[in-house]
Design a protein around this ligand. Structure first.
Ligand SMILES: NC(=O)C1=CN([C@@H]2O[C@H](COP(=O)(O)OP(=O)(O)OC[C@H]3O[C@@H](n4cnc5c(N)ncnc54)[C@H](OP(=O)(O)O)[C@@H]3O)[C@@H](O)[C@H]2O)C=CC1
Ligand SMILES: O=C(O)CCC(=O)C(=O)O
Length: 485
């Protein structure tokens, strides 16, 4: 089933080893050119979801008994195919989500690397053995699969986020039911299509597309689903956590951020401006790790603002598939309205708009916006408390490192944080005292490695970490076995 840029693609569900139409279909629209329909995607109701969960439940015991070598071979081959097709899959991703082609291809490669990483993890699943407190008794601790894992994924990383949930789940012997975001069904479909030819037994991987508000609660209520992994907004995440609590289901949530990038007087200006530009505006600011608060000390403030403003003046906003584009469109009309409304709110609260913030009308009809930078903001303004999830950043002027640290930590979120400084003392202190799950020194707050843990503190994350070998915690349960030989 090859992808087409000229014919209409049909993004079906994948259930029990078969491609299934949904109850109805929704158009997958290209945000760079709304005349372009990327495909027609299945929209299913509860019956398809129930069948997918049944299929996963039936397949789970067999897959749990598969050998580490079988899992390695399948996951490694999936990773290889994704990487080999990076240009084609990157185009599809950028066409449906709106990040630039370079970012789309980069994300596809990341997804492939994730599969290859977890192929390796499948053959080195750790166990432990301890001496019992009783004479002659042996105690073993083994990690076993959970069973069926339900996954609910967002639109902003349409292939990498499904990949970093699916790959560890399969590596550790679980069966999967994925519900991708309705806005970006193509990339999830392409991944499912690769998995469908990978040699996985029928039912081990299933994908059902449809409205989250309908399928999400139904997935959580189903007793055959043992754990839910979610990435998305805070309100949806909170609802999922509450429902999982009621149904005693293991849950992992990755949600928003209001990530600070601290810039100190002694920072290398080019490094700081580069980190801010990348962290705040690349991927159109649609990253939970985006640097939406730029906390800048007073000695470098004016130089930093002026250099960043100059960069933004020349940032090329346009069609995601045009190689000259440096920032693609916003994902859809609703998100664009949200971004523009925060520009208005920031202005009303006294923020000074240094540049951007308006809707752009370009040659092709799309959801384009000029990247916005606010100055003279304070940390109590809504623009600095609530996640915008678009190309909007604000500068908060502080007097010194101590105030910067305080402002950085004064938030209900705690996903990532960054500091630009040439001082080892401040870098080291910040790494220790920042209340974020991921801390960057002289690097953007966004753009993480696939082989280390990902996640935050406070309102950003809940449950154990994703990615790297720490993912084993969520996707397995520990069995303690006592033996009297
Ligand atoms: N942290 C992150 O990475 C992300 C954060 N966001 C934030 O969320 C805001 C809104 O974006 P949105 O896409 O609506 O985010 P949501 O949290 O609503 O969507 C994320 C996923 O959850 C599903 N979902 C929606 N409602 C429910 C529910 N009641 N139960 C279970 N699953 C559900 C969605 O399905 P479907 O979309 O198919 O209905 C999607 O697959 C953004 O503006 C941004 O601030 C958004 C995306 C990613
Ligand atoms: O910054 C990154 O590399 C990952 C961001 C992410 O996972 C997200 O925005 O959901």
């Amino acid at each position: 089933m090859a992808l087409s840029e000229t014919r209409t693609n049909h993004f079906k569900n994948y259930i029990a080893g078969e491609w299934i139409e949904g109850d109805s279909q929704v158009e997958n629209i290209n945000p760079s050119d709304t005349r372009d329909v990327v495909g027609l995607a299945a929209r299913s109701g509860g019956a398809d979801l129930d069948r997918a969960i049944d299929a996963a439940h039936d397949a789970a015991p067999g897959w749990a008994r598969s050998t580490p070598q079988q899992r390695y071979d399948i996951l490694d081959a999936v990773g290889n195919e994704i990487i080999a097709r990076k240009d084609e899959l990157g185009r599809l991703l950028s066409r449906e989500e709106g990040k630039t082609l370079a970012e789309g291809i980069g994300e596809v490669v990341r997804a492939g690397q994730v599969f290859k990483f977890f192929a390796g993890e499948a053959v080195r699943l750790p166990g432990e053995r301890l001496d019992s407190i009783r004479p002659g008794v042996e105690v073993d601790m083994r990690r076993e699969p959970m069973g069926v894992i339900g996954m609910i994924t967002p639109w902003n990383f349409p292939i990498a986020i499904p990949a970093w949930k699916i790959a560890p789940a399969l590596a550790y012997g679980n069966a999967v039911v994925l519900k991708p975001a309705e806005l970006v069904p193509g990339s999830a479909w392409a991944l499912a299509e690769i998995l469908s030819r990978s040699g996985l037994p029928e039912g081990v991987f299933n994908m059902v597309a449809g409205r989250g508000s309908e399928l999400g609660p139904r997935m959580i209520e189903n007793p055959k689903v043992r754990a839910i992994s979610f990435t998305g907004s805070v309100p949806t995440g909170r609802g999922i956590a509450a429902a999982c609590g009621e149904h005693l289901k293991k849950v992992q949530l990755e949600m928003g951020g209001k990530n600070p990038l601290v810039v100190l007087d002694d920072a290398d200006l080019d490094v700081a401006v580069g980190a801010a530009l990348n962290g705040a505006f690349f991927s159109t600011g649609q990253r939970c790790t985006a640097s939406s608060r730029l906390v800048v000390s007073k000695g470098i403030h004016d130089r930093f603002v002026s250099a960043l403003t100059e960069k933004l003046k020349t940032l090329v906003v346009g069609d995601a598939l045009d190689p000259k584009t440096q920032m693609g469109p916003v994902v859809d009309e609703k998100q664009l309205e949200q971004d523009l409304s925060y520009v208005e709110i920031a202005g009303q609260e006294g923020g000074k708009l240094a540049i951007g913030g308006e809707r752009l009308t370009l040659e092709k009809p799309g959801f384009y916006m000029a990247p916005a930078l606010f100055t003279e903001t304070s940390n109590d303004m809504r623009i600095n408390r609530e996640e915008v999830f678009g190309p909007v950043a604000s500068v908060i002027r502080v007097k010194d490192y101590e105030e910067a640290l305080h402002v950085a930590n004064d938030t209900s979120f705690g996903l990532s944080s960054g500091i630009c400084t040439t001082s080892l003392k401040y870098a080291s202190d910040f790494k220790q005292k920042s209340e974020a799950g991921m801390v960057m020194v002289n690097l953007p707050t966004a753009g993480v490695d696939y082989n280390v843990p990902f996640g935050g503190t406070k309102g950003s994350s809940f449950g154990s970490r994703e990615q790297g070998r720490y993912a084993v915690e969520f996707y397995t349960t520990v069995k303690t076995a006592y033996t009297q030989p």
